[in-house]
Design a protein around this ligand. Structure first.
Ligand SMILES: Cc1ncc(COP(=O)(O)O)c(C=O)c1O
Length: 361
C-alpha cells in the first residue's frame, strides 16, 4: 500500500489488474473484475447477462437485502422462492417451477457460505449470476472452488468478510465479453481503447482503487490462514453448542461440499422469544443479532411488490429464529466457551418464561 501511495497513482493503476488476476487464479476462473462492493458487482453482472426493464430474476428471500435490490436497480422484478430448511439456500426445484418467459436470470445466494446445488441449477438453462459474497473458501459438490464455474460469481470484501479491502468486491467470469462489458460499465461506460471523453454506453463509477487492490493482494496472501481460523472457530462452536437442546446449528458439509465460513448463525428453538434472547445475551456481554430478516417482509418489498406474510413459510420460520453469534478467526476457546455458557443460561431462562408450551423440538 505504501508503494501505491508513493507511486502517486491511487486508482486505475497496475494493482487492479494484478489483484484481478491473482484472485481469479486462486479460484480457477478465467477473469476477474474488481469493483467497489459486492452490491455493485452483482448489479454489473445482472446487466451483463441481460437483465433489464420488466424482466424477472429468481432469487432467495433469505439473504442480505442487496441480492434482491440489484434486480430492482434494473427495474426487474425479484421473484422469490422458498428455501431448503437444511441448507437455507433457495430450493432449486422451486426455482425450476418459477421460471417464466420473462425470467432473465437466476440469482443463487450461497447463504452463510454453503454452496447451492449448481449442477442442478444449471440444468434449468437460464443465465446465472452467483452471489458468492459470503462464500469465499467454499467448494461445490464436485469439489471445485465456489466462483470457478464460469458464470459471473460475485464476492464481497467488506470489513467483516473472509478477506477485506475495507469496501470492495470482485466478479469472476469465464466469458471475455462479460468481463469487457463490466470493466467498461464500472468505469463510466468507457471502452478500453477509447478516448476518455467518449463513452459508448451508460456506465457507473463502481471502480476499486489501487490502494484497495494492494490491500486485497496482501489479504490474498494470508487467505489460507484467515480461512483456517474461521474453520477452527466453527469446529469449536459445533462441539460447544452441539448439546444445546433445540438449537439448530449450521448444516454440516457433505461429500465434497465445503462451506466457506463467514458467519456463525444458529436457529433458536420454537417458542422462544428471539428478540429477548438477543437482549439477554447482550447483558451477558455477548453481541448477537437477528440475521437474516426475510427480504419479502421488509416494508419496501411489501409496498413495491405486494409480498406478504405466509408466502415463504420455511424462510419466515427460519428468519424468525436465526441469530448470528460472535465469530472471527482469532476467537479463543475460552471466548467460544463463554458464548456457549451465556446461551445455555439465557435459553434456560427463556424457556422458563415461555412456560410448558415452549417446544423443545
Ligand atoms: C449475500 C450477500 N450479498 C451481497 C452483499 C453485498 O456486499 P457489499 O456489502 O460489499 O455491497 C452481502 C454483504 O454482506 C451479502 O452478505
Amino acid at each position: 500500500m505504501l508503494e501505491v501511495l508513493r507511486s502517486g497513482q491511487l486508482s486505475l493503476g497496475p494493482r487492479g489488474p494484478q489483484f484481478e488476476r491473482a484472485f481469479a487464479a486462486r479460484l480457477g476462473a478465467r477473469f476477474g473484475s474488481a469493483v467497489s462492493s459486492g452490491t455493485t458487482g452483482l448489479h454489473l453482472a445482472l446487466r451483463a447477462v441481460g437483465v433489464s426493464d420488466g424482466a424477472e430474476v429468481i432469487t432467495t428471500p433469505f439473504s442480505f437485502v442487496a441480492s434482491a435490490n440489484v434486480a430492482v436497480y434494473e427495474r426487474a422484478r425479484p421473484v422469490f422462492v422458498d428455501i431448503d430448511p437444511i441448507t437455507l439456500n433457495f430450493d432449486v426445484e422451486a426455482v425450476a417451477a418459477a421460471v417464466t418467459p420473462r425470467t432473465a436470470a437466476l440469482l443463487p445466494v450461497h447463504v452463510f457460505g454453503y454452496p447451492v446445488d449448481m449442477a442442478r441449477l444449471e440444468q434449468i438453462g437460464v443465465p446465472i449470476v452467483e452471489d458468492a459474497c459470503e462464500a469465499l473458501g467454499g467448494s461445490y459438490a464436485d469439489g471445485g472452488p465456489i466462483g470457478g464455474r464460469g458464470h459471473p460469481a460475485v464476492f464481497a470484501f467488506y470489513a467483516n468478510k473472509q478477506m477485506t479491502t475495507g469496501e470492495g468486491g470482485m466478479v469472476l467470469t469465464g466469458d471475455a465479453a462479460i468481463k469487457e462489458r463490466m470493466d467498461s460499465e464500472r468505469n463510466q461506460g468507457r471502452s478500453p481503447n477509447m478516448d476518455w471523453l467518449d463513452h459508448d454506453r451508460l456506465g457507473f463509477n463502481y471502480r476499486l482503487s489501487d490502494l484497495a487492490c494492494a490491500l486485497g493482494l496482501a489479504q490474498l496472501e494470508r487467505l489460507d490462514t484467515l480461512l483456517a481460523g474461521r474453520e477452527r472457530v466453527a469446529a469449536l462452536y459445533r462441539v460447544t453448542l452441539g448439546e444445546l437442546e433445540g438449537v439448530t446449528l449450521p448444516c454440516e458439509n457433505s461429500g465434497q461440499v465445503r462451506r466457506g465460513w463467514f458467519v456463525y448463525v444458529i436457529q433458536l428453538p420454537h417458542g422462544v422469544d428471539r428478540d429477548s434472547v438477543v437482549t439477554a445475551l447482550g447483558t451477558h456481554g455477548v453481541a448477537a443479532k437477528p440475521y437474516f430478516p426475510a427480504i419479502h417482509l421488509m416494508s419496501y418489498y411489501r409496498k413495491e411488490f405486494g409480498y406478504r406474510d405466509g408466502q415463504f413459510p420455511v424462510c419466515e420460520d427460519v428468519a424468525a429464529r436465526s441469530i448470528a453469534i460472535p465469530f472471527f478467526p482469532q476467537m479463543t476457546e475460552a471466548q467460544v466457551a463463554r458464548v456457549g455458557e451465556a446461551l445455555r443460561a439465557v435459553l434456560a431462562a427463556a424457556r422458563r418464561a415461555a412456560g410448558p408450551l415452549a417446544s423443545r423440538a
